[in-house]
Design a protein around this ligand. Structure first.
Ligand SMILES: *Cc1c(COP(=O)(O)O)cnc(C)c1O
Ligand SMILES: [Zn+2]
Length: 415
């Protein structure tokens, strides 16, 4: 028996069947997957999860598709790293990094795409499509190849070279559009009605896609020994990941994996060059005013975030905060994480770490809070951002003298 009840409107609560639908035709509210938590509680246990695969599919009971044959490249079950040195620098006693750079295509998007394409294939779709700020493009192209589906991916033409390359190599169609992500997304929304036989990962199967982000919360709790953290810091593009991380922790309480619904403070991280949610938070208003993005954090550059209001609501309800950081701070954040913990993040990770540092310095994150920062993408995807900021210490001819001269008084191992 399926534990998925169907889709439910987040605004008016009307129910819909579990098909390729994403907006309520009554009030235009977004649809979300609804589950029968009492039925799930009967089948799920810590033991059943621990016996599952070492991927996000170990939590299949809390995902909206049956697990028998997921479209799977091995997303999830990424390391949760205790960050002693970074914690010491920031004055946080117990800091952890959820290292989602370790996913198959190098970003957290593999979690959401694995769910979306599994559902799309079940519904009979043969073509996977999306509008993307880059990482979604990589992941859709790769998972479509894995699933034997065709893919059509739309991206802004000014994306980082690695993201364009990593999308094109999988053999799907890659359409670069002259415009911002918001322009690309508008085109994609128009295409959705033109091409009803295509599964648009971020449009008509978005309700399923979004559920994949819950596995971040499930893994964090499991990796902390079935405990929730006190505070998580989450990057915001559309805001979906942030809302689903909160939903994930709550679900673990609802189905009895955790003894009660935990109270986890959820804070958001944005780039100052695209900070519609952080701006609404600091101005204490409900309306998210769209912006035109201008930031090196291209994966987070959504000026009109679909789930922005819901993210703001989660941040406020849980007692979190939403901060924003400049491009210079993003680069410092990337270098700080690499230097202290040996993890190389893309610009979105720099946003998370720099915001973490800022919130800790402001006392929003308290020194005694068990804190988790989500580092959502790999640094090799955005090396351009570091051009001129890091490089060889010296360039020398191949002689011992030149070597000694170059290291000089800086020699780290001179006795
Ligand atoms: C897409 C993305 C996010 C957040 O996405 P949401 O749209 O807010 O769910 C965060 N980090 C990276 C690297 C991403 O690609
Ligand atoms: Zn509705």
């Amino acid at each position: 028996m399926s534990t998925v009840l169907g889709l439910r409107c987040r605004e008016c609560g009307r129910d819909f069947p579990a098909e390729a639908l994403h907006v309520c035709d009554f009030c235009f509210g977004p649809l979300e997957v609804a589950y029968d938590y009492d039925e799930i509680a009967k089948v799920i246990s810590r033991e059943s999860i621990e016996a599952g695969p070492r991927s996000m599919w170990r939590y299949h009971d809390l995902l909206p598709v049956s697990e028998s044959s997921p479209v799977d490249l091995g997303a999830g079950y990424t390391p949760l790293v205790r960050a002693e040195r970074l914690g010491a620098e920031l004055g946080i006693k117990e800091l952890w990094i959820k290292d989602d750079t370790a996913n198959p295509t190098g970003s957290f998007k593999d979690r959401v795409v694995s769910v979306a394409l599994t559902k799309a294939r079940q519904l009979g779709f043969k073509v996977a499509a999306c509008a993307s700020t880059g990482n979604l493009a990589n992941s859709v192209a790769a998972h479509a190849a894995r699933a034997g589906m065709a893919s059509v991916v739309l991206i802004p033409s000014d994306l980082e070279a690695a993201k364009i390359m990593m999308t094109s190599v999988y053999g799907g169609k890659v359409i670069a559009v002259d415009g911002t992500y918001d322009d690309v997304n508008r085109l994609c929304a128009e295409l959705t009605s033109e091409r009803p036989s295509w599964a648009f990962v971020n449009v008509n199967v978005r309700s399923y896609y979004a559920e994949g982000s819950k596995t971040l919360a499930f893994e964090i709790a499991e990796q902390l020994g079935w405990q929730a953290p006190d505070h998580v810091v989450v990057p915001i593009a559309s805001g979906s990941q942030l809302t689903k991380v909160e939903k994930g922790f709550a679900e673990l309480g609802k189905v009895g994996i955790l003894n009660e619904i935990p109270s986890v403070r959820v804070s958001g991280a944005q780039a100052s060059g695209c900070s519609p949610v952080a701006t609404a938070f600091s101005n204490k208003v409900d309306a998210i005013a769209p912006v035109r993005p201008n930031t090196i954090a291209k994966s987070l550059a959504i000026g009109n975030p679909a789930d922005g209001w819901y993210a703001l609501d989660v941040i406020r309800r849980t007692g979190g905060a939403c901060g924003s950081v400049t491009d210079a701070e993003i680069i410092e954040g990337i270098k700080l994480l690499a230097r202290t913990e040996g993890i190389f993040a893309e610009t979105a990770g720099g946003v998370t770490i720099a915001t973490l540092a800022k919130l800790a310095a402001e006392g929003v994150i308290r020194p005694d809070e068990r804190t988790v920062a989500i580092v959502s993408g790999h640094g090799l995807k955005t090396v351009e951002a570091l051009t001129g900021h890091v490089g060889p210490s010296h360039t020398i001819p191949a002689t011992l003298d030149a070597f000694d001269l170059a290291l000089g008084l800086d020699d780290p191992v001179r006795p």
